[in-house]
Ligand binder design. Structure first.
Ligand SMILES: CC(=O)SCCNC(=O)CCNC(=O)[C@H](O)C(C)(C)COP(=O)(O)OP(=O)(O)OC[C@H]1O[C@@H](n2cnc3c(N)ncnc32)[C@H](O)[C@@H]1OP(=O)(O)O
Length: 550
């Protein structure tokens, strides 16, 4: 049976949607200049409250370090604003007079935003800025364990929006927080999108609501230290990242993978930089409390410092300990050291070479964190390229602390606190979410071809230059006067439903030519013209002559 409180919360949620819809209708008529002024004022006010709200979030949730939360609040206000400030999002956002196409930004409407308890105030700043920049209204549904600080953050952005001239209701949040209220927001037909960041259960509920959803996903970032790495710097980056807000950022490292040939140096640096390598018994004691009986992360350990974690597990570590490290050889859902932990605890794997390290990275990501983040420490660009081409993540970071690199604070990746994990992670976007994810684009296209033009035979596309040839040259004679004196057919250019691509250039030029502007004339040539047989030559000549015929 539904309680009075639940019914009231549903009613209040409906009212929020109604107000947001009305506000957004008015906001949709604002100019880019008006929108930008509002967004700038919200960013400035959010930055002004960075410290107060950092302390408030820390006090309420008990997660992390307030000093780091100040930095996160500043990142989510100032750095995000700097990135989006000059984006065109309102009205005509692109106009290509040569191609005769134009693009118009069309806001989505009302967005429901779920807020995680790990980054509550910073997420509210960030989501407000990107939603309003794209012309939308936004309604927050805070996490129940962070509702006071979330409400304070909502008050800051709400007041700032009104001061700068935004319509009332453009940004607001649920005050009577119940699951029913959140469901009402998620399922409302007047809500166009759910921007979901938080625990897996809520994110799944968002997708199941039937309303389009963009989400972040669980991370499980492996940090690979390759043999060419600057090892002291790599270890410093990992520890910086893992201790930042006591490891609550989902992009942060969850394990270290080191090549055996550099393991002694990695071990030396870890110890020198305050890491505590747990013995088997200590590892087991901590493992026993890292996860809840249902296999989910234990919130009592989230965002705690290394010393407190050890205490909770029943052993003592030096007061200067930065991170707890557990040497591991296995990967499985039951092994918390091979999963996301959201606190300064790392698994440590030693691998023979970078090929086996690759396999370990893959196993870890398959275990958890598909589509999210990995970090590699190396001076070898070839290894970076190999990893970039193969690994199932959408953020691959190089020589940087992953928590800060993944959100775009220490890298030039889009600054964001919702990190999409794409299809690999069961999400709808792989982006660091920004304003362009929160608007639709109306395309305007002028007619530039008639149907008669479309009926003209289409020439086969000119082949790309073969890198084995030194240069591409223009045909030396005009197409109509050219004679097929040197012909070569390459199987790469002959798809089943594509006409063979042939060369028509003077035999002496001994080079490759490309089609330049005349649709009837397709060229490609190799010096190896004597490798083709008579029948092929005949067929190709006929085809070329047919094309060249006026
Ligand atoms: C860039 C970034 O760093 S984004 C970070 C995003 N990542 C995360 O938040 C990490 C994933 N989060 C988690 O694993 C968990 O939230 C933890 C471990 C941090 C905290 O765990 P808990 O305190 O138990 O919170 P949890 O998120 O599981 O939610 C507790 C309850 O509140 C409910 N709840 C959460 N959000 C809402 C909401 N907006 N409205 C109503 N109810 C909510 C949940 O459904 C859950 O209900 P249940 O107990 O009936 O299942």
């Amino acid at each position: 049976m539904m309680l009075d409180k639940d019914l009231q919360s549903i009613q209040a949620a409906r009212e929020l949607v109604k107000n947001a819809k009305n506000a957004q209708r008015q906001f949709a008529k604002f100019t880019q200049e008006q929108v930008d002024k509002i967004v700038a004022h919200i960013a400035a006010e959010a930055a002004r409250h960075a410290e107060t709200l950092a302390k408030s979030a820390h006090q309420e949730t008990g997660f992390g370090r307030w000093q780091d939360k100040v930095l996160k609040n500043l990142f989510a206000s100032t750095q995000v604003h700097q990135h989006i400030r000059d984006m065109k999002t309102v009205g005509i956002i692109a106009d290509d007079s040569a191609k005769k196409v134009m693009e118009v930004g069309v806001p989505l409407g009302v967005i429901t935003a779920l807020v995680p308890s790990t980054n509550p105030t910073s997420t509210i700043f960030y989501k407000t800025l990107i939603a309003l920049k794209a012309g939308n209204a936004i309604i927050f549904s805070p996490h129940p364990n962070a509702k006071v600080c979330s409400q304070q953050a909502i008050d800051v952005v709400k007041r700032a929006a009104l001061e700068a001239g935004a319509p009332e209701g453009i940004v607001d949040g649920v005050t009577l927080l119940t699951m029913q209220a959140t469901e009402t927001l998620m399922k409302s037909k007047d809500v166009s999108l759910i921007l979901a960041t938080g625990g897996e259960g809520m994110v799944r509920a968002a997708y199941a609501s039937g309303t389009p959803t963009i989400s972040g996903g669980p991370g499980n970032g492996p940090a690979f230290i390759e043999r060419s790495a600057n090892i002291p710097q790599a270890v410093k980056d990992i520890i910086t990242s893992k201790t930042f807000d006591n490891g609550v950022i989902c992009a942060s490292e969850q394990s270290i993978i080191a090549e055996r040939c550099i393991y002694d140096q990695v071990h030396f640096e870890l110890v020198r930089q305050g890491a505590y390598l747990m013995n088997e018994q200590e590892s087991d004691q901590l493992a026993a409390i890292l996860l809840r009986p249902n296999g989910m992360i234990n919130p009592e350990l989230v965002g705690q410092c290394a010393v407190t974690l050890a205490q909770k597990a029943g052993f003592i570590v030096p007061a200067t300990t930065t991170v707890l490290v557990s040497p591991q050889t296995t990967v499985s859902p039951k092994n918390p050291y091979s999963r996301e932990k959201l606190c300064p605890v790392l698994g440590l794997y030693v691998e023979e070479n970078w090929h086996t390290a690759c396999e370990r990275v893959l196993a870890l990501l398959t275990n958890e964190g598909m589509g999210h983040t990995l970090v590699i420490h190396t001076q070898n660009p070839d290894v970076v390229r190999e990893f970039a081409l193969e690994k199932p993540v959408f953020r691959m970071l190089v020589n940087t602390p992953a928590a800060l690199g993944g959100i775009g604070a220490t890298t030039n990746i889009t600054p964001a606190l919702t990190l999409g994990c794409g299809a690999l992670g069961g999400g709808s976007s792989s982006d660091n979410v920004g304003p362009m994810n929160l608007l639709n684009v109306r395309k305007v296209g002028y007619g530039v071809r008639s149907i008669e033009d479309l009926r003209q035979p289409v020439a086969a596309p000119a082949p790309a230059c073969d890198p084995t040839f030194s240069a591409c040259v223009e045909p030396t004679a005009a197409p109509t006067s050219a004679k097929p004196v040197s012909i070569f057919e390459d199987t790469r250019f002959t798809g089943s439903d594509v006409a063979p691509t042939v060369a028509v250039i003077p035999a002496a030029s001994n080079s490759i030519a490309s089609n330049q502007g005349d649709d009837r004339f397709t060229t490609a040539v190799s010096p190896a013209n004597d490798e083709i047989n008579e029948a092929q030559v005949e067929r190709i000549i006929k085809q070329v002559m047919g094309r060249l015929a006026p």
